[in-house]
Design a protein around this ligand. Structure first.
Ligand code: NAP
Length: 242
């Protein structure tokens, strides 16, 4: 049995990834920060697949919080290596740069980029000792192309892509890979206010994607089959941009 951690596993894309990891028999650590009921619903879905897991509350952007919960779990479970890490937690706070507040800039950077650092730094050590690991980070079309109104979000996601490319070169010799997936428009709480009808004509596949479609790509990169792929960004955007 492999141990897997999904940050932001309580809802949306993260939940779909947790369920697919469970289908493959993994023990799933489901991170969340505020919506405990949703995290418990994800755990229920994991158990319905015949696998097991646990919910883990911490704010990925707060290093002391990550260390106190995830760091202590790692210390107390020296025999259990987390072999799959999915950095999925993220928020968006869209605003034109000229109107952007420090809070809007910092919260997006701290969760996507700071969260990537706080969590990956802790988990990578065990992977290196085990000489096996898969780090998959959920970035965005916005981090590849840049989108107006999202300087904070585009910067944070582009930074995670850069960090992933650097990390992949640090850890490749020890059997650890690091890759990103870059979704376009996916139907989740995050895109609730965006009308699919207004945007779908821009998308060659003429629709928004589903969380399950993103999760399938994550599962491939997290599998042993993807052993010779590292430092890459896989777009899942219906052909919107490549
Ligand atoms: P979502 O439905 O809004 O879910 C966000 C998840 O992140 C929730 O589980 C939430 O936990 C968690 N989270 C937020 N802040 C956190 C923090 N500080 N610490 C720990 N967990 C935190 O979003 P989604 O659409 O599934 O997005 C998942 C990822 O895909 C994000 O990184 C997002 O940027 C990326 N993405 C999404 C789209 C899209 O179209 N939906 C497109 C491109 C990229 P709680 O439930 O506890 O709040």
């Amino acid at each position: 049995m492999k141990y897997a951690l999904v940050t932001g596993g309580s809802r949306g894309i993260g939940r779909a990834i947790c369920v697919k990891l469970a289908e493959e028999g993994h023990y799933v650590l489901i991170n969340y920060t505020s919506k405990q009921e949703e995290a418990e619903n994800t755990l229920k879905l994991v158990r319905e697949k015949g696998a097991d897991g646990e919910i883990m509350k911490f704010d990925v952007s707060v290093q002391a919080d990550v260390d106190a919960v995830l760091g202590v779990w790692i210390e107390k479970n020296p025999d259990k290596t987390i072999e799959i890490l999915v950095n999925n937690a993220g928020i968006r706070k869209d605003q034109l740069l000229m109107w952007m507040s420090n809070a809007e800039w910092n919260s997006v950077m701290d969760i996507s980029l700071g969260g990537w650092y706080n969590v990956t730094r802790l988990i990578i050590k065990g992977m290196l000792v085990k000489k096996y690991g898969r780090v998959v980070s959920v970035v965005s079309l916005s981090g590849l192309k840049g989108l107006p109104g999202q300087t904070n979000y585009s910067a944070a996601k582009a930074a995670v892509i850069g960090a992933t490319k650097a990390l992949s070169q640090e850890v490749g010799r020890r059997g650890v890979t690091a890759n990103c997936v870059a979704p376009g428009f996916i139907k989740t709480d995050m895109t609730e206010g965006i009308n699919e009808k207004d945007f779908k004509s821009l998308i060659p596949l003429n629709r928004f994607g589903t969380s399950e479609e993103v999760a399938d790509a994550v599962m491939f990169l997290a599998s042993e089959k993807a052993a010779y792929i590292t430092g890459q960004v896989l777009s899942i955007n219906g052909g919107l941009y490549s």
